[in-house]
Design a protein around this ligand. Structure first.
Ligand SMILES: Cc1cc2nc3c(=O)[nH]c(=O)nc-3n(C[C@H](O)[C@H](O)[C@H](O)COP(=O)(O)O)c2cc1C
Length: 279
């Protein structure tokens, strides 16, 4: 098993220590090969908001080659670790820049055969701020989330009692993650996963000339067929499927009602609403 740690942190800090500790503990349960990829080394520029990745395809991103180097590494691994310390109650800038560039995966997921582990280092109350961006991307991009954990390694020394307590808590999470990585059970969908599928399918039907890449992806996956319940054949609970289809109809109706359909037919690519009527 190949595990790639995608690190949104400095090379010599506490988050690195935490991921090293994770690998060390995990090696008691599993055999694997580990690799670290520091996002800072990838030198990916800020997303410029051109929307090309979403509308036309990721290859049209001005930073495609740098982003693709990271994605190639992810595709080559079996398991990904996504690690970030808390910065301003969120992920670090370098992690956010990466997530912005791969957000298109939530429209066109491709990591269905991979598992992911999320690791955070921050003081309490920040779990949502740090994990929501990473988890939303991971689950939207198709990963099976094998587990997540966080701790608060401060930038000053702790007593051995405090540190031991933290290790006990982390160790029990790592045991659960190890079991999940060993298990051959397929991903269990949440209703949110099914709802996203139906929402994007509705939008593709309404604006196929704008969501060009998504439209091609849905067609390739045969996901426009009425019988399609998700992007890939996977168990979808009957209730989720029923509610998802209902939601799709509502989204289609609501968005169509609020859209200038005649004008939409003329639009190719990104549309910007002008709020001022200046000539
Ligand atoms: C710019 C910056 C912002 C930070 N913001 C937060 C924060 O919002 N919450 C928090 O718990 N810690 C915050 N910290 C502290 C770091 O999360 C903590 O020192 C962590 O160990 C840094 O990760 P590293 O040691 O892997 O570099 C911040 C640190 C920096 C440098």
């Amino acid at each position: 098993m190949k595990i790639l740690a995608v690190m949104g942190c400095s090379k010599f800090g506490n988050t690195t220590e935490l991921v090293k500790y994770f690998f060390n503990q995990l090696s008691e349960q599993l055999e694997f090969e580990e690799e670290y990829l520091y996002l800072g080394d990838a030198e990916i520029e800020y997303c410029v908001g051109c929307h090309n990745c979403i509308f036309l395809g990721e290859k049209k991103c001005p930073h495609y080659h740098k982003v693709n180097q990271v994605e190639e590494k992810i595709l080559d691994a079996d398991v990904i670790v996504l690690a970030s310390p808390g910065y301003m109650f969120s992920v670090t800038g370098v992690m956010k820049v990466f997530l912005d560039h791969v957000a298109y995966n939530c429209h066109r997921p491709k990591y269905f055969d991979k598992k992911i582990v999320l690791i955070g280092n921050f003081t309490r109350w920040q779990e949502k701020g740090v994990f929501i961006p990473m988890e939303t991307w991971a689950s939207g991009a198709g990963f099976q989330i094998a587990g997540k954990f966080w701790t608060d390694l401060m930038p000053f020394p702790m007593t051995s009692e405090v540190l031991d307590k933290k290790k006990i808590k982390i160790n029990s999470e790592i045991v659960k993650i190890g079991k999940s990585l060993k298990s051959g059970k397929p991903r269990k969908l949440k209703f949110g996963d099914v709802a996203i599928f139906h929402s994007f399918r509705a939008l593709c039907k309404i604006a196929p000339d704008i969501l060009i890449a998504d439209n091609t992806y849905f067609a390739e996956k045969k996901a426009f067929e009425k019988s399609a319940k998700w992007y890939i054949p996977i168990k979808v609970p009957a209730l989720y499927n029923f509610l998802g289809n209902l939601m799709e109809k509502i989204v289609e109706k609501q968005v169509t009602k609020g859209t200038d359909i005649e004008k939409l037919k003329e639009i190719k690519g990104r549309y910007v609403t002008k709020l001022l009527n200046k000539k």
